[in-house]
Design a protein around this ligand. Structure first.
Ligand code: NAD
Length: 499
């Protein structure tokens, strides 16, 4: 019997009532592991009602106590690390060490959120005018929501709910329907850590529940992470209804390789950043841009045997470089892009399309692919493939290499490999991309900085995590206060200036 998953509403596990379900797979074997209920508008509304009822008391709880819940949650996740990583890797397909990284990068934002007593402090000016003090407070918005993708089922839900909840909001999490078990488990651990019922609700679903979130007048802010078309749709619909929205989308991350770079280091970096997690990372490097023909020839020569030797294995295999992809459709879509690249005239140097995992023929596996001579007019360059495919685009000089990521419609991450400080500095200053690595392949900022792509990789004006997350989930109230004479002096008709 296939296990039936549930929602977490008002602190309880609640069975789905819509009658609609989606299959959740184990990518390693291709088996159906569970079915996840897809919430109706009414089920989403029930979560909002619970959240709305619980939120005022939570907002009135002092920030130290809110932080202590996060601290307890952090410890519970650490105690259950192995179980969580196993659960994550089975439903997603990424290897166990990579699953641990997914959890760890989420927990770092939880650690940051533990600083809320300091982070939520307002500003204060004593004597802003005669007998007048002025100060600002950061108050929670009320009920807020997060809609998250399949590829980081631990990290991104935590990036969303930790800052929102610790700031005094109640939260509705709508995780990806492809790997919902881990987000549900995180919700249970938050309750175990002492979070009051109703403050974190996990509602499983698809477009129906997303639309219900976007249209619900009691939800004041929406944080989204996923593909660009859906990010844009969520941003447009949410903001049209007066909500705050920050929506992060797809990517095409380039690595520029200057002729002076250490090509062994570059090859290591590209293999890890291009093929780790089967390329299903928004910060994966999918385009390598060697500068000059000689650099390009040497690079392709170094990369080819490394891509051929990639070890694709079970997610639980400690020796695997990467495991299966998330679904059979993901494999088909990626293979379709490889077919397209050949049609478009790119050179397929390594072909991983026929890879079969012995004994696991029904699993969602694909080998690593390497394209050379990819050009900017090709769809395989313009579009996000989101699989284990690396494209080499040859640039004749530095200026051309700088233009490629700058002019691409996506602008999530970019990296440059060089030994020359002046080139690196010029690049980091001029490149039109949100996150830059200098001799670092996946420049994911740490929790106390912010994370966000530019152009069509991000819609909205505040980034994820770091100080921006607290700003996003709170509103500023500014108070001008005078004691004790009040306003007895009579009416004042011109705007007060504090002179
Ligand atoms: P997706 O867009 O398919 O799904 C994301 C969320 O939107 C899920 O919760 C899903 O249920 C919901 N959704 C899907 N279709 C919808 C529709 N038509 N209407 C309303 N809601 C819908 O993305 P995914 O495949 O789960 O994740 C991979 C994508 O996420 C990639 O494009 C990747 O680059 C991107 N991503 C971006 C970042 C970032 O920070 N920029 C981080 C991780 C992933």
């Amino acid at each position: 019997m296939t296990a039936e998953l549930y929602h977490l509403i008002g602190g309880e596990k609640v069975k789905g009532t819509s009658g609609r379900f989606s299959d959740v797979f184990w990518p390693m074997t291709g088996e159906i592991a569970a079915k996840v209920p897809l919430a109706s508008e009414d089920e989403l509304r029930a979560a909002v009602e619970n959240a709305k009822a619980a939120q005022p008391a939570w907002a009135a709880t002092n920030p130290q106590k809110r932080a202590r819940v996060m601290l307890k949650f952090l410890h519970l996740c650490q105690e259950n690390y192995d179980e969580l990583a196993d659960m994550l890797s089975r439903e997603h397909g990424k290897t166990i060490p990579d699953a641990k990284g997914d959890i760890q990068r989420g927990l770092e934002v939880v650690e940051f959120a533990c600083g809320i007593p300091h982070l939520q402090k307002g500003e204060f000016t004593e004597g802003a005018g005669p007998g007048i003090d002025m100060f600002s407070m950061r108050q929670p918005l009320g009920v807020v929501a997060g809609i998250t993708p399949f590829n980081f089922p631990a990290m991104i839900p935590m990036w969303k709910f930790a800052p929102a909840i610790v700031s005094g909001n109640a939260f509705i999490l709508k995780p990806s329907e492809r790997d919902p078990s881990l987000p549900l488990r995180l919700g249970e651990l938050m309750l175990e850590a002492g979070l009051p019922a109703g403050i974190l609700n996990v509602v499983n679903g698809d477009k129906v529940s997303v639309d219900a979130i976007l249209d619900d007048p009691d939800i004041k802010a929406v944080g989204f992470v996923g593909s660009t078309p859906i990010a844009e749709y969520v941003y447009t619909r949410a903001t049209a209804q007066g909500k705050r929205a920050q929506c992060f989308g797809g990517a095409k991350n380039h690595m520029i390789i200057m002729p002076d770079a250490d090509l062994d280091q570059v090859a290591d970096a590209l293999i890890g950043a291009g093929y780790g997690s089967a390329g299903e990372r928004c910060m994966a490097i999918s385009v390598a841009v060697p500068v000059g023909e000689e650099t390009a020839d040497r690079l392709v020569e170094k990369l080819t045997p490394r891509v051929e030797a990639l070890k694709i294995g079970l997610s639980t295999d400690p020796d695997a470089d990467f495991g299966p992809m998330v679904t059979a459709e993901a494999v088909e879509r990626t293979k379709g892009y490889v077919d397209l690249g050949i049609e478009e005239g790119a050179t397929l140097v390594v072909d991983g399309r026929d890879f079969v995992m012995q004994g696991y023929e029904e699993g969602f596996y694909m080998g690593g692919c390497l394209f050379d001579n990819v050009t900017p007019d090709m769809r395989i360059y313009k579009e996000e493939i989101f699989g284990p495919v690396l494209s080499v685009v040859r640039a004749k000089d530095y200026e051309e290499a700088l233009r490629l990521p700058s002019e691409h419609e996506y602008g999530n991450g970019v990296a440059i490999y060089t030994r020359d400080g002046d080139t690196a500095r010029d690049f980091m200053t001029k490149v039109n991309v949100g996150m830059v690595g200098v001799n670092v392949p996946i420049p994911v900022p740490l929790a106390y900085y912010t994370f966000g792509g530019w152009k069509r990789s991000g819609f909205g004006d505040l980034n994820q995590h770091g100080p921006d997350a607290i700003r996003f989930y709170t509103k500023t109230k500014t108070v001008t206060q005078r004691w004790p004479s009040g306003v007895k002096e009579g009416a004042e008709f011109s705007i007060p200036t504090m002179d």
